[in-house]
Each structure stands twice: as structure tokens, then as C-alpha cells.
Design a protein around this ligand. Structure first.
Ligand code: FAD
Ligand code: GLY
Length: 367
């Protein structure tokens, strides 16, 4: 890669995956985080890799998500080889059970559209559904199965990408206070922190739900990103009780290799509040137990909440702004874990191109 120091603000899966990619291409990369690395939404999320099951209506966004899903095996392999940490990628399909004839009919209609977008999916009858997932309630009438979707253990992935970045000599500075971007009228100059000034040819805002709060950015370049709260909980389940991610009415269920079943998630406009609430947890438990009644006897081992980086049209902001050298990689809303590999590639291409040729365009919504 041509010369150039890149500063990435935000050590979530988006910032770290980009750093990993840029370092592979020979860039000198520093990542700054105001807190612990990988402890934002990237830690709080469920790790589902589910472009089709998520029911994304925006065709371009769906296409981007599908592209990223295709990149996942190679991305995880590279991270695992560099870090020695296995993020437990599992692409064995996601099941969406129905509990009445109307719901099953809606799944049949959805399948047509999903197939037109490249999904390999089918309708299972009641017996097939219960054979695939005996933990689902016996009152199911059938299900949709999307093959090739699945999950990654996003907490393990966060640790793995951080370790992989360090192996590639990315300097990750955490607990950084008073971080502000510095720029002239035309271009970004670098970042200032309580530890001094660091100049950079490119500065990337990968600050997730806090992306609009970064000090020092002129108002016209502030991305319209807001926090969208999601509460989740984990149950301790017996081995084999549930094997696939299940998308049930009002919740999703994500069985982890370590014996936990994640139940998520609420979608709330609550600012930067990350409390778990009685109503939020009740909503999730009610939906989970309706779909899989045996869950009522299992232990709740953890409850938490995180902040999705939401945008007005649910599309991320990806690319260079009109402020020379200032890039956005944020606003991934419900699918930032899924979108990490494609974001890293697109941004690395664009940063590389911009450092070689200063004529790069503002491309936040053009993929
Ligand atoms: P984050 O992981 O939040 O990282 C941003 C980082 O920036 C943080 O470490 C923060 O400390 C740092 N930062 C912020 N401000 C500053 C500053 N001023 N200076 C320095 N550092 C700063 N996505 C999926 O693909 N699949 C899922 O199943 C899924 N489930 C989800 C469930 C829940 C409950 C939630 C909340 C999200 C879920 N998501 C899921 C969405 C996904 O988690 C996010 O889109 C993704 O993690 C965003 O990554 P990020 O790196 O942009 O943000
Ligand atoms: N993608 C799942 C969630 O955001 O809750």
C-alpha cells in the first residue's frame, strides 16, 4: 500500500476488522478507543449471520449483507490463523418456526422473494421442524429453513480480531480520554488525545452508536447515527437442546457452543441508556417460552443491553466524506457483525485508492 498513516476511531468489530485488513495491505494503522476494545455493540450482539432471515427489504443492503456472508469463512480463517482464537463460525442454517397456518403461509410467500435473491431455503413440515429442533414447542406447524446462514460467537471474534491486529502490528490504544479530530478547512490532519497529537493521512470514524458525538468534526460531516438499544439475556441449556439459530415470533434464540442460549433482542429508542429492564426481559422471556415451553425451567445466567448504531434509512455510512481524508465506517444497525468483512474490504479499497489518488468521491451510500 502507498505510504500513509491511518487512524481508526473505535475498536469494535468494524474498526478492528478494517485495521486488520489495512495492516495486511501494508498500512501503518492506529486504533483509538475511549473504552475497552470490542466491548460496545460488537460484544452485546447476538452474532447472527442472517441476511435473509433478518427480512431486509432494502435490496442494496440485502445484497451487501449477502456479499459479506460469502466472505465470512475466509475472514474467520484469516483471523483464526493470525490470532490462534477460534470464533466458532457455524453456517448450518437458520430456522424460523411458525405456530399457525397464517404464519406458515407468510413464510411460503417470503421464500419466493428470498430465492429470487439467491437464498437456498425451504419450508419444513411439522415433523421435519421437530426433528431438526426438538426444543421447539410441539404446537409448531412447520418452519422456514435458510441454509448457509448461521452465527459467529461475536465475543470470541472480538478477542480474536484484536489479537490478530496486534500480531499485524496495529497499535490499539484503549481508555483514551479527550479524543478529538483535528482538521483544516479542507482536510483532516489527525487526532488529539490527552496523550498528544497524532497526525494521519486518513481518519476513520468507526465509533458505532457514538459516531455523531466525535468532537472536532464540522457539522456538515457528522453522520446521522443514533443509538438503538437492544436488551438480551442468556439461559443455561442442556447440551443438544437446541442446535440452530431459531427466529421465533417476538425473539430469536441463538445456541452457543459453550451451553448458553442467547435470547434477543428488544429494539428501543432510549438514548444511551444500557440498563436491562423488567419489561424488556419479560418481553424476551415470554416470546422464548411461547416458542419453546421447556425453556421455562432453565437458569437465566446473564442479562445485558447494547446500542446498535442506527441510521435514518438503516443503511451504513461507508466511505470518504468531502472532507479530504475523513472516512466513515459506521451505522451498521442490526447487521454490523455480519457486515464486518465487506466493510473492511470496501473501506480498505477506498482508503488505499484515496491515498494513491486524492480524487476519491464521497461514497457513503454507494457500494
Ligand atoms: P461498536 O461495537 O459499538 O464499537 C464502537 C466502538 O467505538 C466502541 O468500542 C466505543 O467505545 C468506541 N468509541 C465510541 N466513541 C468513541 C470516541 N469518541 N473515541 C474513541 N472511541 C470511541 N449484528 C449482526 O450482524 N448480527 C446480530 O445478530 C446482531 N445482534 C445484535 C443484538 C444486539 C442486542 C445489538 C445491540 C446489536 C446487534 N447487532 C448484530 C448489531 C451489531 O452488534 C453492530 O452493528 C456492530 O457491532 C457495530 O459495530 P461497531 O464496531 O460499529 O460498533
Ligand atoms: N440483528 C439482531 C439484532 O440487532 O437484534
Amino acid at each position: 500500500m502507498d505510504s500513509g498513516d491511518v487512524v481508526i476511531i473505535g475498536a469494535g468489530l468494524i474498526g478492528l476488522s478494517l485495521a486488520f485488513e489495512l495492516a495486511e495491505r501494508g498500512a501503518t494503522v492506529r486504533v483509538f478507543d475511549k473504552a475497552e476494545p470490542g466491548k460496545g455493540a460488537s460484544w452485546a450482539g447476538a452474532g447472527m449471520l442472517a441476511p435473509y432471515t433478518e427480512n431486509i427489504e432494502d435490496e442494496e443492503l440485502l445484497g451487501l449483507c449477502v456479499r459479506s456472508l460469502e466472505m465470512y469463512p475466509a475472514y474467520v480463517r484469516a483471523v483464526r490463523e493470525q490470532s490462534g482464537i477460534d470464533p466458532h463460525l457455524q453456517l448450518d442454517g437458520i430456522v424460523s418456526p411458525a405456530f399457525d397456518a397464517d404464519a406458515l403461509q407468510r413464510l411460503r410467500a417470503r421464500i419466493k422473494r428470498l430465492r429470487a435473491h439467491g437464498a437456498t431455503c425451504e419450508i419444513l413440515n411439522r415433523k421435519q421442524t421437530l426433528t431438526l429442533e426438538p426444543g421447539i414447542g410441539k404446537h409448531t406447524v412447520g418452519a422456514m429453513l435458510v441454509r448457509g446462514e448461521g452465527q459467529v460467537d461475536n465475543r470470541r471474534l472480538g478477542r480474536a480480531v484484536l489479537a490478530a491486529c496486534e500480531e499485524r502490528r496495529v497499535r490499539v490504544k484503549t481508555q483514551v480520554a479527550e479524543l478529538a479530530v483535528e482538521c483544516s478547512a479542507r482536510r483532516v490532519l489527525g487526532v488529539r488525545t490527552d496523550r498528544g497529537f497524532v497526525s494521519a493521512d486518513a481518519v476513520v470514524n468507526a465509533a458505532g452508536a457514538w459516531a455523531a458525538q466525535l468532537p472536532g468534526i464540522p457539522a456538515q460531516y457528522i453522520p446521522k447515527v443514533r443509538p438503538v438499544k437492544g436488551q438480551m439475556l442468556a439461559l443455561e441449556i442442556p447440551r443438544g437442546f437446541m442446535r440452530h439459530v431459531a427466529w421465533v415470533p417476538g425473539a430469536y434464540l441463538v445456541p452457543r457452543a459453550d451451553g448458553r442460549l442467547l435470547v434477543g433482542a428488544t429494539v428501543e429508542e432510549a438514548g444511551y441508556d444500557t440498563r436491562t429492564t423488567a419489561a424488556g426481559i419479560q418481553e424476551l422471556l415470554h416470546a422464548a417460552i411461547e416458542a419453546a415451553p421447556a425453556l421455562r425451567d432453565f437458569t437465566v445466567s446473564e442479562m445485558w443491553a447494547g446500542l446498535r448504531p442506527g441510521t435514518p434509512n438503516q443503511r451504513p455510512f461507508l466511505g470518504q466524506t468531502k472532507l479530504d481524508g475523513y472516512f466513515l465506517a459506521t451505522g451498521h444497525y442490526r447487521n454490523g457483525i455480519l457486515l464486518a468483512p465487506v466493510t473492511a474490504k470496501l473501506l480498505a479499497d477506498e482508503i488505499q485508492g484515496a491515498l494513491q489518488d486524492k480524487g476519491a468521491q464521497y461514497a457513503n451510500l454507494e457500494w
